[in-house]
Design a binder for this molecule. Structure first.
Ligand code: BES
Ligand code: MN
Ligand code: MN
Length: 462
């Protein structure tokens, strides 16, 4: 595309300032204290889409946070790209572990980002990556190079399960009609090893509660004679994996997609250093399901992890007590063909069945979604691959990710189109963690690569 590089170098400072302003608004969807900030973020995005040359921009209200929707239709005979992203962010906790406040963005260089990275909650997930699309749009409209139709759908509830977006999509199939969906909300292997995400894991998230006696008891007077819910809960959780780290829930693996030897060999070609992996996490060994490599364990295999566990006395000093209740939050990452509703049911029946006499167990499903795989022979994948080839000077590697964007499977089901996941973040960017950041180089590279996707997709569609 003409002048993309000079356009970026000319407007670089403004691109950064605009993103920094967006990152200053704490749009935490999980915490209702931030309601006005989440709403303000939607308004800010609406204005930025208008400035980027979209013809109609609407704030679509839902039962939760609004969806910012906009379009630019230049010719009904040309293909339509639907861009999806999210403007909500994860809570920043634990705040004390941030080197600078999460909503006061600063640019600092790091080992992986010698040209600097923007440190703020949402920098990479997903405000920074979503905003690349707004700036790419600005470039294409202002230089008269938009080659096809575009629709933008930016939501504010991705981090809390996208329930209202699901309803919106089901009710607006005609409006959202498109040929391909484009998302930047994933990562790539390294700045010199570009990759395109071809798979996302599904998810089932549940909360469990174990109740023993109907009130907290003296641990001396009653200890040893009644079921202690915390002892029981930890024992039950421990039993969910066997000595090979296989999950023991009956039927859990029944539908798991098994990859062929050839597919696994292909995957193993992606550059990966176990030494660097361990070093980056400060661990002396990796851990996981027997018979699979680290990259397989975190992408093509399902998992079960406790995300939080609590109960009893956790204040200062000691209190001798047997708590009445113990709790845990558990997530299961799923792979293609595992249905999240089925798995949630399997978990519930199994967990209830292993509760010993003297306790009662309650399993409450939170949210979930199906996994997703996108083919590498589609026009969309080919267009993305050519775009990266131009801007990175290398053919990108297809790579399945361990993360989840549950709405993607629903897009395919309801809108019948494939999604292309052009992510520009790195695993080390600390999304959901303290000190989240996004490389300045990555941000600008994204803005440079996106218009080329539009160009190649339109050409290949002819
Ligand atoms: N953008 C992430 C998902 C992601 C990150 C996928 C990196 C692949 C690579 C998204 O915002 C996210 O955090 N998803 C949640 C699920 C959601 C239902 C809360 C997740 O994966 O935990
Ligand atoms: Mn995200
Ligand atoms: Mn996220």
């Amino acid at each position: 595309m003409k002048h993309i590089q000079s356009y970026i170098s000319e407007h670089k400072e403004r691109f950064l300032t605009e993103l920094i302003d967006l990152l200053k608004i704490p749009s935490i969807s999980a915490d209702s204290t931030y309601k006005n900030d989440v709403l303000k973020t939607a308004d800010t995005i609406k204005i930025s889409l208008e400035k980027a040359g979209c013809d109609s921009v609407e704030i679509c209200t839902t039962d939760g946070y609004p969806i910012v929707y906009s379009e630019k239709i230049i010719d009904k005979n040309l293909p339509t790209i639907l861009v999806y992203g999210h403007y909500d962010v994860q809570p920043p906790d634990p705040i004390a572990l941030w080197d600078s406040p999460p909503f006061e963005p600063v640019i600092k260089s790091t080992e992986k980002h010698p040209d600097g990275a923007i440190f703020a909650r949402g920098a990479c997930d997903d405000k920074g990556q979503m905003y690349m699309h707004v700036k790419a749009m600005e470039f294409m409209t202002s230089t008269n190079q938009l080659p096809c139709n575009v629709k933008f759908m930016i939501e504010g509830e991705e981090e809390v399960g996208s329930a209202n977006l699901a309803t919106f999509v089901k009710n607006n199939q005609e409006k959202l009609k498109n040929d391909v969906i484009l998302i930047s909300d994933t990562g790539m292997i390294a700045n010199d090893v570009p990759s395109i995400t071809t798979g996302l894991r599904g998810l089932s998230y549940v909360e469990v509660e174990v109740t023993g006696p109907d009130r907290d008891l003296h641990s001396g007077l009653y200890g040893g004679a009644v079921a202690n819910p915390i002892n029981i809960l930890t024992k039950m959780i421990a039993s969910l994996h066997d000595e090979n780290n296989h999950i023991t829930i009956p039927g859990f693996y029944d539908k798991v997609e098994e990859l062929s030897k050839e597919e696994r060999a292909e995957m193993a070609k992606a550059p990966f250093s176990l030494e660097n992996y361990k070093k980056a996490l400060n661990i002396d060994s990796v851990y996981g399901e027997a018979g699979f490599t680290t990259n397989e364990r975190n992408s093509i295999r399902p998992t079960l992890d406790v995300n939080g566990i609590w109960g009893g006395y956790i204040g200062e000093g000691a209190k001798t007590v047997i708590a009445s209740k113990a709790y845990a939050k558990i997530s299961m990452r799923l792979v293609p063909h595992q249905d999240w509703v089925d798995i949630t049911q399997l978990f519930k029946s199994h967990f209830e069945s292993i509760a010993p006499k003297g306790t009662t167990v309650k399993v409450t499903p939170h949210h979930g979604g199906q996994g997703y795989v996108t083919p590498i022979n589609s026009i969309g994948y080919q267009a993305a691959s050519q775009a990266y080839q131009d801007t990175f000077g290398k053919t990108p590697i297809p790579q399945r990710s361990g993360g989840s964007i549950p709405i993607v499977a629903l897009f395919e089901q309801e809108l019948k189109s494939k999604t292309i996941l052009m992510g520009f973040g790195l695993d080390s960017d600390a999304i959901h963690s303290p000190n989240e950041h996004f490389g300045v180089w990555n941000y600008l590279k994204g803005i440079e690569t996106i218009p080329l996707f539009y160009k190649y997709y339109t050409e290949l569609s002819k």
